[in-house]
Design a protein around this ligand. Structure first.
Ligand code: 5AD
Ligand code: SF4
Length: 435
């Protein structure tokens, strides 16, 4: 009898990649992937808690499984990742959703097999949320689902304690994987035919294995073959001249940098514990653009941090205008229990934050749209990633991260394709393949 699994993932790339590791464990246990919880023998929620809405979203979907679970008592429901790793949250989940069979955290994903076996042998729910012990598990073999792109972890955890952020509490202290292992992993991915390698860490710039981050990047860029290299996320305080030099030197490294600024106001940046000023951020941007003029810079921005005044918010708009980001993720500040900012006075009223984010989104979108206009008539090289059923077109990205669509009668996934842009619609570009 075949057994099936279904994984539901919330949150960042780190989680997307961890779901690939969960899939690896489940397939090694004999489960096969299926496309809906209805067909599954085990459903795994890989959760996120970075903002309240991520949490509510997961809670809502776990709640929706209640009926299915009543009909299919043998189905296993597991909830893991960042959400249950928060203080007292596992108990909370257990009380709210007593039908959840397994609750695990961020530090024991590799124990999932034994947790499942334990559950199969007992009627009781299995709850296991170990604390960070500083170790890294190298045993998991991910079942990769995003060919031609492959994610490679270089660090886990975070030591920065930005005052709004829950990540250091749920992911533990920063640990770097050995450079040798990372390089070996990338080599074998390239040999298997992966065309885009994204190095992942909460703050890749503070990577410290046998090599520094720029040295690691340089070594990877020297691996033979046609493939692209991306990395995320970079903390501006650790973004160095040496890294700019490596990015400039190797064509394999995409001219694309995600550099979250969060705010343009120095007093807010200080309260956020970001450890740079807007001036220092701009200096790094100027240096980067001087050395790599075509570099696309993307960012994350938070509005409504406690104490943010109209002037602070105007400073954020100013900075966005100065940098001219290729794109930006914009967030309304969300209070996270246990963080420093949750205790700060002057929490900003929701209506104020909403009005601010609307203005910010409008500005960011207008910058992204103007950038799109510059693409009209140009020929760009994209790495074809997927087929979009709705549009009936293949889709890929250029090195700057911009999505482009085109029609082809052959399967182009995993190929580098040159397309000439014929149509620009907001952020989406459509072109025709050039032979
Ligand atoms: N509220 C809103 N946004 C947040 N981020 C992190 N924590 C919070 C929070 N409490 C955003 C930051 C970070 C991105 C991954 O999520 O902008 O860079
Ligand atoms: Fe959170 Fe700051 Fe660490 Fe990023 S660097 S994960 S925002 S604490």
């Amino acid at each position: 009898m075949k057994k099936f699994y279904h994984i539901i993932t919330y949150g960042c790339q780190m989680n997307v990649h961890e779901s690939e590791k969960i899939a690896g464990i489940l397939s090694e246990m004999g489960y096969e992937s299926c496309s809906s919880p209805e067909e599954a023998d085990i459903v795994v929620f890989n959760t996120c808690c970075i903002r309240e809405n991520a949490e509510n979203h997961a809670f809502g979907n776990i709640g929706m499984l209640k009926k299915l679970k009543q009909r299919r008592r043998d189905m296993i429901v597991a909830v893991g990742g960042c959400l249950p790793q928060q203080m007292n949250k596992a108990e909370n989940i257990h009380e709210k959703f007593p039908y959840v069979d397994i609750i695990f955290g961020t530090h024991n994903l590799h124990d999932l097999k034994s947790l499942i076996l334990k559950k199969l042998a007992s009627k009781e729910p299995v709850i296991s949320i170990p604390e960070d012990d500083g170790s890294i598990c190298e045993e998991d073999v991910p079942l990769r689902t995003s060919y031609p792109n492959a994610w490679v972890n270089i660090t886990y955890g975070c030591n920065n304690f930005c005052s709004y952020c829950i990540v250091p509490y749920v992911r533990g202290r920063e640990r770097s994987r050995s450079s040798e292992r990372i390089i070996a992993e990338v080599r074998s991915l390239v040999a298997e035919g992966y065309k885009e390698i994204t190095l992942l860490g909460q703050n890749v710039n503070s990577y410290r294995g046998e090599l520094t981050f720029p040295q690691l990047l340089e070594t990877i860029a020297n691996i033979e073959g046609k493939f692209r290299i991306r990395f995320m996320t970079s903390h501006p305080k650790d973004f160095s001249d040496e890294l700019i030099e490596v990015m400039a030197k190797y064509p394999k490294i995409c001219h694309c940098l995600h550099l979250p600024v969060q705010s343009g106001s120095d007093s807010i940046l200080a309260a956020m514990n970001r450890r740079y000023t807007s001036g220092q951020y701009l200096e790094k941007v100027v240096k980067l653009k001087a050395r790599i003029p075509d570099c696309a810079i993307t960012t994350d921005l938070i509005v409504g941090f406690p104490g943010e005044t109209d002037e602070d918010f105007e400073a954020t708009l100013d900075l966005v205008k100065k940098v001219n980001f290729a794109s930006a993720f914009t967030f309304v500040y969300s209070k996270r229990q246990g963080t420093k900012a949750a205790e700060m006075p002057d929490q900003v009223p929701e209506e104020v934050s909403k009005a601010r984010i609307m203005r910010l989104v409008e500005l960011v979108n207008s910058q992204t749209r103007s950038l799109s206009e510059t693409y009209l008539g140009k020929t760009i090289e994209i790495l074809c990633e997927d087929y979009d059923d709705k549009r009936g077109m293949y889709m890929g990205r250029d090195e700057y991260g911009r999505m482009g669509y085109f029609i082809s009668s052959q399967n182009m996934i995993g190929k580098f394709v040159k397309i000439q842009i014929k149509q620009v619609n907001g952020i989406s570009l459509t072109g025709s393949a050039v032979v």
